[in-house]
Design a protein around this ligand. Sequence first.
Ligand code: ADP
Ligand code: MG
Ligand code: MG
Length: 918
Amino acid sequence: MTARKKPAARRAARAGGTSARRRVFFFGDGRADGRAEMREVLGGKGANLAEMTRLGVPVPPGFTISTEVCAEFNRAGRRLPAAVKKDALAALARVERVMGMRFGDAERPLLVSVRSGARASMPGMMDSVLNLGLNDRTVVGLAKLADERFAYDSYRRFVQMFGDVVLEIPHKLFEQRLEALKDVRGADLDTELTASDLRGLVRDYLEIVEEQTGTPFPQDPAEQLWAAVAAVFRSWENERAVRYRRIHGIPALWGTAVNVQAMVFGNMGDECATGVAFTRDPSTGDRHFYGEYLKNAQGEDVVAGIRTPQPINKVSRKEDSARLPTLEEEMPRAYRELVRIYKRLEKHYRDMQDIEFTIQNGKLWMLQTRTGKRTTHAAVKIAVDMAREGLITREEAVRRVAPESLDQLLHPMLDPEAPRQVVAKGLPASPGAAVGRIVFSADDAEARAKAGEKVVLVRIETSPDDIHGMHAAEGILTARGGMTSHAAVVARGMGKCCVAGCGTLRIDYAKGEMQVNGHAFKAGDTITLDGSRGEVLAGAVPTVTPELGGAFSELMRWADRLRRVRVRTNADTPHDAKIAREFGAEGIGLCRTEHMFFEPNRILAVREMILASDGAARERALAKLLPMQRGDFAGIFRAMAGLPVTIRLLDPPLHEFLPHGEEEIREVVQALGTDAAVVRAKLEEVKEFNPMLGHRGCRLGITYPEIYRMQVRAIFEAACEVAESGVKVQPEIMLPLIAHVGELQRLRALIEAEIAEARKAHPQPRVKVTIGTMIEVPRAALTAAEISRYADFFSFGTNDLTQTAYALSRDDAGKFLPEYMEQGILADDPFVSIDEEGIGKLMRIATLSGRTTRPGLKVGICGEHGGDAKSIRFCAGLGFDYVSCSPFRVPVARLAAAQAEIELAGERRATRRGKRRS
Ligand code: ADP
Ligand code: MG
Ligand code: MG
């Protein structure tokens, strides 16, 4: 490291930098100051432009102004430090030498693009300006070098982009003028406009600028450059960027870099083109080169969906481009070169790349490479394939897939059996299914989703201004744009279903209507999208859970081999238990018995039990419940065939079971043979001021021991019954809300006595029952050393532990907690990810002191957090034996546990190395 630093510092000194720290990084002609690892300083785009240059890939020369300058700029009242300007001019001179052209020169004018590029890729968030350096003089020189039409086409693009991005003139004003001109000329496409049309258009555009800003368009290229650089830095603070950062958790501190790069032209004629491609299919993960291009076009034309892009090769053909020729056919030499480069890049970066290229008169130039966004389906497939190809290790493959994203694979797709009324077809831009009500604006989508409605966002096309609406919607439908359009790319990144480029849609925003193939839909009508087929269906189509196989199973097998923490599920019914086992659950960590009490045919017996006037009456009611509970438990033991099953004894406050309203009261009165007044008096009696801290949990067992005795008996008898049929059982009885060792000591004795009693009738030696407790009250965590004397296991109930230790009601937190996140007091919702400093500290204390008293103490977690990747990482670090989560989160937890283990192993290695050194 130190050996490398010295020459860099020397180079910086040579470059005349005033500070030792380089802030302007040149790349070009096979040499670069930066490299791929420097994305913090150079941003993703800049770091990769430098890396590609080093690799010998043809990249137009340029330089990157570092992300640190962004902060300096915004701190210094939005001014570029003079030293940075000086370094930038020196770098620009090097670019001029490589290109053999001069910036602002009337004969051979060098044009540049000014491009933003943050550390994390923020697609479309920051705007770039192309063709900078053009003015009334240089455009003449450019026309002489190439041709006039091209020169003015470039100039009008530049004035519009500069006007929009730098001067903040609404781009509508320019577009209207262009559309009007096309109408007059009867032209469908802008490529049909002539040189003199475009010259006229430029004049119009320059006028618009002067009208809007009160000053003429800046003709001095240097002035243009500094203004554009400043605009990029400024755009880090624009509303879209801020919103995107908030959604994706990107710190505002990071800043963006600015890349200034010599222009190459895809709009010089029919031997020119511009395109985007993925080194593997971003929606399926299939191993083939996939992309789109436009002839005689520049920059964003492909993504903007102005014309239908052509496929780069046969496998990239989609319905709407089926008849168009491919790049492979039209420009075979450039295509072969592109193939050579994409293979090189994929091998070098060891991941699927998303690349931008431009072909100028048959010569290929690379303008960007980055790790490509992909669907989860593709992410899994690519990771597994790459490990098999030997490009990455299995461990790396496991690390590559974000656990949370697996959710997407586990969630429903359209029922293939269901009748489907397809009203339109578009591109299968992002797979999955979405059912919802139509909304035509991002703001409506957000508002209605907040009100709990499921919506589908329908737009002519989407732009970065729509991000919040896309986030809120179930799915996205657009009329325009290809597979690499904004809507498609963003939806895939979000894991949302998207049908793009559905050309037959006629959307009328003003009326809030859309027409499609003779069907009319209004805002609020329900539609269904099939993102895998690109279909739009009328009404709501039922969905089913997809089969998981192939690459997914393989990746999960690798994950299972790497992890140490076991993954159980929270399941209350044999049905849930079965789903969870299919997802790979290794036991039940929490079976709530009260859910069984709510079944319509049982609730009456439960009410009878609660309202009973004396012990004997209560016993009678319990006797009715016993066989029902026994049946439930037997079903679950069978479904889990030999895996551990933790059953929690009755937990909720009794009032939750009580009759509400006259109808229910009448039923209870009849069943009990008493009168309504008695029942009402009893209802009054069990009413509590603060039920969550009231008569609930193990307190019920202390005051009504017969309830717990019945449950224990049901558990034990069910276990014996199943064991006798030859299926192994591992029942674990768990007590809720223990706060004091005295509670556990008494209840443990009660459970043991009941089992001993029941054993007389069932001398089943194979049934061993362990007894443990939830840790969900701070006092229990703090006195864990005493409590563990009577517990075979601890299971952290982190929902209640968070509520009780934080004095934070989960049901009421929604009103103020978002504000805490907004203000930056909290980074995460403590009900989603464990609050490590606070609640986590209690967990650490409890685990350590519990295991001090009882070394083999089994420790797990059964709160909602058991399915949250970050919390799983924390639990693994504490040495937990298992986590337990809802059935659909099981694969998420398996993967997260494997990643946690890989991380922990890395940390252990680092500590060992540190120790050896000291
Ligand atoms: P984004 O981050 O929005 O993709 P980019 O900076 O990559 O913005 O640029 C937008 C478009 O302009 C891309 O299609 C890119 O390939 C193209 N482009 C950028 N710089 C140049 C250049 N120097 N020559 C030709 N095309 C360029
Ligand atoms: Mg780009
Ligand atoms: Mg609880």
